[in-house]
Design a protein around this ligand. Structure first.
Ligand code: FE2
Length: 239
């Protein structure tokens, strides 16, 4: 059912001729993106620790990327049913404005948007750092409730090579299971796939360990609450 095609450095998955998932490595200066994680704040909503994050809504304008007014992150419980996490309003700091002005950010966003078959005028960007032997997706296998999501692997520092693996399923069939290295951008049409990342494992005990990723979503998360019912229906796609 799912057709996998390798072409021009891209791994693409098609479902009935529709592009549903793309993995490739944009050409950009990754150090500009890595630096933006230097002060990513602790996630106070997650009581098991090992988690740091920011969340922003961003508008694409002729003059560049502009932060939209802060709106709480709300994930319906059908997306995330962790206590004190899903189904509530969470307020996070914004991404650093200096990040939005880098060439690397612009390239990452454009490479993600190239995979999406409609025009995008705004999106959400989440910086997520998982530390120690934490779990990047504590909610387990899930859908995001978005139209399209992007995950860019910014840094894997002092973690075991086989840990922090990216996994995708269509229904119960596993279609992707690989360690996407730093610099990899995964773009996917959310309604088709369940996905998760496996826990990371610290390598050297006396050195900090972490995995940094950007998660990009369209639509931006300010619409999650008003579209809650509609988005639940979209996820019920019959494959
Ligand atoms: Fe997700």
């Amino acid at each position: 059912m799912l057709q996998r095609i390798e072409k021009d450095g891209h791994t693409k998955f098609f479902y009935k001729d529709e592009l549903t998932l793309d993995i490739h490595f944009p050409e950009l200066d990754i150090s500009q993106l890595q630096r933006s994680f230097d002060f990513v704040p602790y996630d106070n909503y997650y009581d098991k620790g090992s988690r740091y994050r920011t969340t922003s809504r961003v508008e694409i304008t002729e003059e560049g990327y502009k932060l939209l007014p802060k709106v709480a992150l709300y994930q319906p419980t059908y997306v995330n049913d962790i206590d004190s996490y899903g189904g509530i309003d969470r307020i996070y700091a914004d991404v650093p404005i200096s990040l939005l002005q880098t060439e690397a950010f612009d390239t990452m966003i454009k490479c993600w948007l190239e995979q999406i078959p409609f025009e995008v005028k705004s999106f959400s960007v989440h910086q997520i750092r998982t530390t120690d032997s934490g779990n990047p997706t504590p909610e387990g296998r899930h859908k995001d409730g978005t139209d399209w999501t992007g995950v860019y692997i910014v840094r894997r520092h002092n973690i075991e090579d086989e840990s922090g693996k990216t996994k995708y399923w269509i229904k119960d069939e596993e279609v992707v299971s690989e360690v996407v290295p730093e610099g990899g951008l995964i773009s996917h049409c959310d309604r088709y796939f369940l996905h998760c990342a496996t826990p990371i494992e610290k390598k050297h005990p006396d050195e900090p360990s972490f995995r940094d990723v950007f998660v990009l979503t369209t639509p931006e998360h300010g619409l999650n609450r008003e579209q809650e019912e509609y988005r639940a229906k979209v996820l019920e796609v019959d494959l």
